[in-house]
Design a protein. Structure first.
Length: 276
């Protein structure tokens, strides 16, 4: 099966998406920061046939347009996803989110519970305090352009250190991550809100203002919580299971936080089991 690329026009601009498969059941995928829907190019073909899989690039990232004004909340990012699916004439769907994508997925499932059939959250966490926001301000820092192009080397080295490139590192995935980060490496029109992070920090900024523990009890869909066995974020694993009414959880082998490219076959197996 070949992955098809397209754009959906929304109130705030074009949203990029990738699509593969056919079937009545639709599964939507949201990516980590600072990647794009290309994050799933090598993953979606591993999933069972008979379903329609759609990976959406978050507003402001990849080839999706930047919004007219910088988003301050996860609900705004989630609304853009809903607009995209409305444009594609999709009402109900299952939803997978990884890292930043899991935070947007939580906000969406809490606000539009009747749209969600099943929900999978990979490495969710409550980022809503100043100390945790400082972590993202250090990671997602805007790199000013330099006349000699040395900022490109800085960005290349920065993406090389990102987790989830697989072992050994997947060079194709690394190159795509570099391109996606280069696209979001700008502070034009957003410095007042995002500070030194620039547009790359849009998603992290919003998730650091999100009241996770107030929102997740509103999620009604059957939910799967995934954390790595050595993930620092897994200290919230049991709390998610306690607060989300229909949640189950698994811990997948990891060195640090779990990402699909660390063990793509295992990732696909667990998703197939939950979605079927």
């Amino acid at each position: 099966m070949n992955i098809l690329r397209g754009f959906a026009y929304t109130k705030h601009g074009n949203m990029e998406y990738r699509e593969i498969g056919q079937g009545d059941q639709v599964v939507v995928f949201l990516h980590p920061t600072p990647s794009s829907s290309a994050f799933y190019d090598e993953l979606l073909p591993l999933l069972d046939e008979g379903k329609r899989y759609i990976a959406i690039t978050t507003m402001g990232y990849g080839q999706s347009d930047r919004p007219p004004q910088p988003y301050a909340t996860l609900e705004e990012f989630a609304q853009a996803v809903i607009w995209t699916l409305d444009e594609l004439n999709i009402d109900k769907f299952s939803l997978f989110g990884a890292h930043t994508g899991s935070q947007i997925a939580m906000a969406l499932a809490a606000k539009w519970p009747n749209r969600i059939e099943k929900l999978i959250l990979e490495e969710p966490f409550n980022w809503n305090n100043p100390r945790r926001r400082a972590v993202h301000e250090a990671i997602h820092k805007y790199v000013p352009e330099s006349s000699d192009g040395s900022h490109l080397i800085t960005l290349w080295k920065k993406t090389k250190d990102f987790p989830g490139l697989g072992e050994p590192p997947n060079e194709k995935h690394h190159l795509q991550l570099f391109i996606d980060q280069l696209i979001s490496n700008s502070n034009e029109g957003c410095e007042e809100l995002y500070g030194d992070m620039g547009w790359e920090g849009a998603g992290p900024f919003a998730m650091c203002t999100f009241d996770t523990w107030e929102a997740v009890p509103k999620i009604s869909a059957d939910t799967l919580i995934i954390h790595g066995t050595t993930s620092e974020l897994a200290r919230s694993h049991e709390k998610f299971l306690d607060l989300i009414p229909n949640a189950t959880g698994i811990r997948l082998p990891s060195e640090g936080n779990f990402l699909p490219h660390d063990a793509p076959g295992l990732w696909a197996k667990e998703l197939n089991n939950f979605l079927n």
